[in-house]
Design a protein around this ligand. Structure first.
Ligand code: C5P
Length: 275
């Protein structure tokens, strides 16, 4: 965390990483307007959904003769702090770019993505990336080696603005350049283990269940246990030794526990299918 800006947002240096857990979006150029159908989960429909607004913004900039049909099958937790809504929005932008064949550079999609949310630009790139500014200025980095990762999301709602507000932040003059330079140079999992999330202590102090899960993951021997964004997901990576077989049983019963793996940019790219 570098500091609070005049616009109320916080200046960050952050690392983004794609994992192999996703919603499924099916896009079709058809009909006369934007038509969004959501299955599973309790994601909002219509304009309240970021996927809808992404399609709207794309069509405002690059009008088509027809409308767009979007089918969204939710798997990612809503408000889980792992970018479910943001990745949907970016994927609609990237998908429409591919589907329509309109020659739009990814850089041209960035301003649209930025308006939709601070985390949306990252999902235009995926893989391992450095986020600066509000987290919306993206520099793709060399991909981290793919690893197994546990994602644990206790059942609670965490408000991102509240956490930023509670944490506060003095502007740390001159802090950004050295921090960014460090990540550009040495990106491996042990550097991630040595890193930190400045918002983590605020979240662990406010929500005892988050502290409990954090402690359980550390006790289980994970090398990296870290809050994702402002939560409510904690991720754990076991760099040394075996993963404990009964880990899930030690965690609160109403937590969502997913064992998945990280994905490189090229693995992610293969998930786009044009039919
Ligand atoms: O842009 P997005 O909708 O993702 O941000 C949600 C809220 O999180 C913002 O309104 C702001 O209160 C807070 N935020 C922040 N600094 C950031 C990103 C988000 O203060 N870099």
């Amino acid at each position: 965390m570098i500091g609070r800006r005049d616009d109320g947002y916080h200046e960050l240096i952050t690392i983004f990483q794609t994992v192999d857990l996703a919603d499924r979006l099916t896009l079709e150029v058809a009909g006369a307007k934007i038509d969004l159908e959501v299955h599973g989960g309790s994601a909002p429909s219509g304009e309240k959904n970021l996927a809808y607004r992404a399609a709207q913004r794309f069509l405002e900039n690059w009008p088509l003769a027809a409308g767009v049909r979007i089918d969204l099958e939710k798997t990612l937790p809503i408000g889980g702090g792992i970018g479910g809504g943001s990745s949907n929005a970016a994927t609609v932008l990237m998908g429409l770019r591919r589907l329509t064949g309109i020659p739009v550079a990814v850089e041209e999609l960035e301003p649209l993505a930025r308006e939709l949310g601070a985390d949306v630009p990252y999902f235009l790139y995926g893989g391992t990336a450095l986020g600066r500014g509000r987290g919306d200025r993206i520099e793709p980095l060399d991909d981290l080696q793919e690893r197994q990762v546990w994602l644990v999301t206790p059942s609670l709602e965490i408000s991102t603005p509240d956490i930023f507000q509670l944490h506060g932040a003095q502007v740390m003059a001159g802090a950004e350049a050295p921090a960014a330079a460090r990540w550009r140079q040495a990106i491996d999992w042990s550097a991630i283990a040595d890193g930190r999330n400045d918002l983590q202590e605020t979240v662990l102090s406010r929500f005892p269940v988050m502290r409990d899960v954090y402690n359980k993951l550390v006790e289980a021997g994970a090398s990296v246990v870290r809050l994702s964004g402002t939560g409510a997901t904690l991720f754990a990576i076991f760099l040394k030794g075996e993963e404990p077989k009964e880990l899930a049983a030690t965690l609160p019963a109403d937590s969502r526990v997913v064992r998945t793996r990280t994905l490189t940019r090229s693995s992610l790219d293969k998930r786009f299918v044009v039919q």
